[in-house]
Design a protein around this ligand. Structure first.
Ligand SMILES: Nc1ncnc2c1ncn2[C@@H]1O[C@H](COP(=O)(O)OP(=O)(O)OP(=O)(O)O)[C@@H](O)[C@H]1O
Ligand SMILES: [Mg+2]
Length: 353
């Protein structure tokens, strides 16, 4: 078993987390991302190209003794965007301020955050695609010229006072890169695209997390969790916690692959890692629309979810794994989806696309 974790994340976490048997239903974990977050780039598992790029980017900034250029982190939920932002600040040894698109209602909110930054600080803006338009405009001036125009007064008598900002590093995170206006996107010196993790990387991640949580895994147990994690570290950690619960309740010293299968079956995680919502989506397309095409809004209404959740959480993985096609006419279930539901396709799926 390989163990790649840094001492920082593991300080005293073992007893602490073992006492904390979570009763939260799967898919709905409370704020527990923190305990398993690596603090240094070395502890960040997988994404080797991205890590090499980021390492070079940070080393260069350190050598030049200037704050690095702005960074955009793009990719589906749970792949490590927030984790990377924290790591960047940590590696640079600077404080990080955290805000998010929806938290900023007016450009003024952003102006006051910007004007309180110190030299070199990292400003992390989560869900940056949800910033209001006026704040977006203010942000790209701040990012490029390190300046904000503060409006004083109202109406025709209002004047704008330019305020010089210290050099800071903005880190934006988004699950919807396409929704960022191009002037804003262009202000980032480095864009990191996070992609789903292959099984081998998730296995390592689960081994690291199990060491932090004090769960002993037998041969093949991490693999059984990795293949059910939808390529996503957050899900891998969540499955591990459910397996830990199982081990505690069954008084197991070591968890084997059969225990993992049994525990996760109880939580309706199937062998391909598809969960209740994924299956509901495929089921709706196949049974209600005979395989599609069906529009996103109709589909989301059928499964009782927000269309944004279906589009950003569910679909990227289904598309990548070949269960679903996104076409201009709507969503189509592939032959693999029909087979996964144990059904024969009713029409020629390839013609629909
Ligand atoms: N490469 C990695 N190595 C180790 N742990 C990771 C890695 N990527 C993510 N994690 C773990 O997965 C959890 C989720 O990651 P994170 O919160 O950074 O995702 P995110 O991309 O910000 O998601 P969201 O879009 O929902 O905000 C974290 O608790 C972290 O411990
Ligand atoms: Mg995040």
């Amino acid at each position: 078993m390989t163990m790649e974790y840094d001492a920082q994340t593991n300080t005293g976490a073992n007893e602490e987390s073992l006492r904390m048997v979570s009763a939260a239903p799967i898919g709905n974990e409370p704020v527990s991302d923190e305990e398993l977050r690596p603090h240094a780039l070395d502890g960040f598992i997988g994404q080797p190209l991205l890590k090499a790029q980021l390492q070079l980017f940070l080393d260069a900034a350190r050598k030049r003794e200037v704050p690095p250029d702005h960074i955009l982190l793009a990719g589906p939920p749970g792949l490590g965007k927030t984790t990377l932002a924290m790591i960047v600040a940590n590696e640079l040894g600077v404080p990080i301020r955290v805000t998010s698109g929806p938290a900023i209602q007016h450009a003024g909110d952003l102006a006051s955050i910007l004007s309180s930054l110190d030299t070199g600080e990292v400003l992390f803006i989560d869900e940056i695609h949800r910033l209001p338009r006026a704040a977006e405009e203010l942000l790209y001036i701040a990012m490029e010229d390190f300046r904000v125009d503060v409006m004083v007064g109202k109406g025709p008598g209002a004047t704008s006072i330019p305020l010089t900002l210290p050099r800071f590093t903005a880190i934006g995170a988004t699950t919807r890169e396409g929704m960022l206006p191009s002037p804003l996107r262009a202000r980032f010196g480095f864009t990191a695209h996070l992609d789903f993790y292959p099984h081998g990387e998730l296995e390592k991640l689960i081994e690291r997390s199990s060491a932090v949580l004090g769960v002993r895994l037998g041969e093949g147990a991490a693999y059984e969790m990795a293949v059910r994690s939808r390529g996503t570290p957050r899900i891998a950690n969540r499955l591990l916690r459910r397996v830990r619960d199982w081990a505690i309740v069954h008084d197991l010293d070591e968890v084997g692959p059969d225990d993992v299968r049994e525990a996760l079956e109880l939580y309706q995680i199937d062998a391909e890692g598809l969960d209740r919502l994924d299956i509901a989506v495929l089921d709706a397309i196949v049974r209600q629309f005979n395989g599609g095409p069906v529009g996103l809004n109709t589909l989301s209404a059928m499964v009782g979810e927000e269309s944004e959740t279906v589009e950003t959480v569910c679909e990227p993985y289904l598309v990548r794994e070949g269960f679903l096609l996104r076409t201009p006419k709507g969503r189509i279930a592939t032959g693999k989806a029909w087979a996964h539901l144990g059904l024969e396709p009713q029409s020629d799926v390839s013609k629909l696309a």
